[in-house]
Design a protein around this ligand. Sequence first.
Ligand SMILES: [Zn+2]
Length: 413
Amino acid sequence: MNIYLIIILAIIAFRYLLESTSDLLNLKAVSPDIPEEFKGYYDAEKYGKSQDYLRETTRWGLFVDSINTVVLVIFILAGGFGWIDGIVRSLSLGPILTGVCFAYFMMLTVTVLGLPFSIYSTFVIEKKYGFNRTTPKTFVADFFKSMLLMFILGGAIFSLVLWIFGGLGDLAWLYCWGAVAALQIFLMFIAPYVIMPIFNKFTPLEDGELRDAIEAYAKSQGFKMKGVFCMDGSKRSSKSNAFFTGFGKTRRIVLYDTLIKNHSVDELVAIIAHEMGHYKLKHIPSAIVRSLVVSCFMFFLLGLCLNNEGLFAAFGVDNLSIYMSLFLFGFLYSPVSMLVGIVESIISRKHEFQADAYAAETSGLGESMISGLKQLSVDNLSNLTPHPFTVFLTYSHPPVLQRIRAIEGKIEN
Ligand SMILES: [Zn+2]
């Protein structure tokens, strides 16, 4: 048996086992006792509902992941990559267009096969727990819009990479990294104006008490406001959130309409203070720099793996090509990207604590931050007691009880 095939099957099995173990541990960590901090926010019945939600979404996730993994392994062993490659090659479109067609074919297949799962999750599970607000019309529109976006943006980036690797020699990986990095930064810059409005409506926060309070806080911190926007998150779900997007001249803070509806002015100012904390503490540029370093390393490795005959043989692909190298390399790279994800989550959780501390100190609204976090967790039926292993693997934010306790510590000081 081909050594690459053994390695890749081992990688797939390892990832599956790791994530399933994390899910099972998370399910075992569920306890009917309401944490002290949440008494008064949850009664036994509603807390039970939040745990049913966790159980149902986790079991569903496990089921979907199992099917996906089995299908992927069968596809690899049956020589699916070689078979599809044969079909696109028969169109005789030249190296770049053939590659783009192959990518489109794969993308379309994966998306269409995933559609029933996504329909069930949105219209059955999310609906059952009262979260779903997505109409079939919005769902269909989202599907076509995101496909179109993937076709245009994905197609453009993929062609660029194929073109550079096809003609720019030994240092092609470096040029590729430079081009993709520049494009990535450009996309981040234009996203709030061009990409995000395709899916949601963003309206500047109305005049009134909330806007005055936010502006007063921003002014006290010398934060030059580029705008706070309200997003119609209620179009898809009753869950709520807030985030920071864009950078430089396009940076803005976005609050879901559902968040504004369910929180007091003080709680919302505290949430904004947290988001500004990320900005003031330079968490965004540092994340961009880290991602550039990682992608540089990735392109370097990719350069080494181009047209590796053993790798092609493992997948049953007869003809060497750059586009296929990119896909096959993805399998070898997945453990690295998993490791990077874990390290990024560790850094992100540290940054969340820092932004909380910044917000509590500068706004003096520590108590409102705590009540806001509690309300947010209840509204979203968040898991209050995740297993530490799941937190370690996937949590970009610390578990809410840890955040609350850290803020309480700040208030006492
Ligand atoms: Zn944050």
